[in-house]
Design a protein around this ligand. Structure first.
Ligand code: ZN
Length: 206
């Protein structure tokens, strides 16, 4: 399986780089997550981790594809999702770069509730294993960026207020975890709460 490849149908119109006010909030959070290794690049060169923030309506700003190796991003590295339809596996974007290959999964999360305004996707072997083994919400074993992933996100939250449990682990996407919430600060807090539980876990249950 090749990671980092965009699988959804993308209508991309290259445009001027995004204005700073569209991404400075994301960038501040991203810096901290890069420092913690939750966003970065594998030794094979594939980047991981992405952050998005709702702009207005269904539009949202997300980090560009394959930017994980960069410590700091600027206007050239952010994409604006102008429109998406996860039932049609379709996404339209502008900006100086194509969006993250996981952008449509972010879209599905925004579709869960108009109160959701930010999404963070990290990779962490430790957190991923911990969440899989500790009863957190999880997808079935499906790959990132697929129709099956969209179905799994909708299944998880079918009979559940998404904001009551705004995090899940992606069983079929090695090391991948999703967090979301009303704003970026809240999402980062939720993430750090899980990190805290992970750090405090009994290191040797036996
Ligand atoms: Zn991922």
């Amino acid at each position: 399986m090749i990671d980092g490849i965009i699988k959804y149908n993308l209508a991309y119109k290259k445009s001027a780089p995004l204005r700073e006010n569209r991404f400075l909030g994301i960038e501040a959070v991203r810096k901290r997550l890069v420092a913690l290794g939750f966003i970065g690049v594998y030794t094979n060169g594939v980047g991981y981790g992405n952050i998005s923030q709702r702009a207005r309506g269904d539009a949202f700003v997300i980090t560009g594809t394959q930017t994980g190796h960069l410590k700091n991003l600027d206007a050239n590295h952010y994409a604006l999702i102008e429109e998406f339809n996860d039932k049609r596996f379709y996404l339209r974007s502008s900006g100086a770069i194509k969006p993250s290959s996981e952008a449509l999964t972010h879209g599905t999360i925004y579709n869960l509730s108009s109160q959701i305004n930010a999404v963070i996707h990290i990779h962490s072997k430790g957190i991923w294993n911990y969440m899989l083994q500790s009863g957190f919400l999880k997808t079935g074993i499906v790959e990132y960026g697929t129709v099956e992933m969209i179905d799994e996100v909708n299944r998880i939250y079918k009979d559940r207020n998404p904001l009551s449990n705004p995090k899940f682990v992606m069983s079929g996407h090695s090391e991948g975890v999703m967090f979301f919430g009303k704003d970026l600060e809240e999402v980062e807090r939720t993430l750090l709460e899980v990190v805290g539980l992970f750090v405090e876990r009994p290191s040797n249950p036996n």
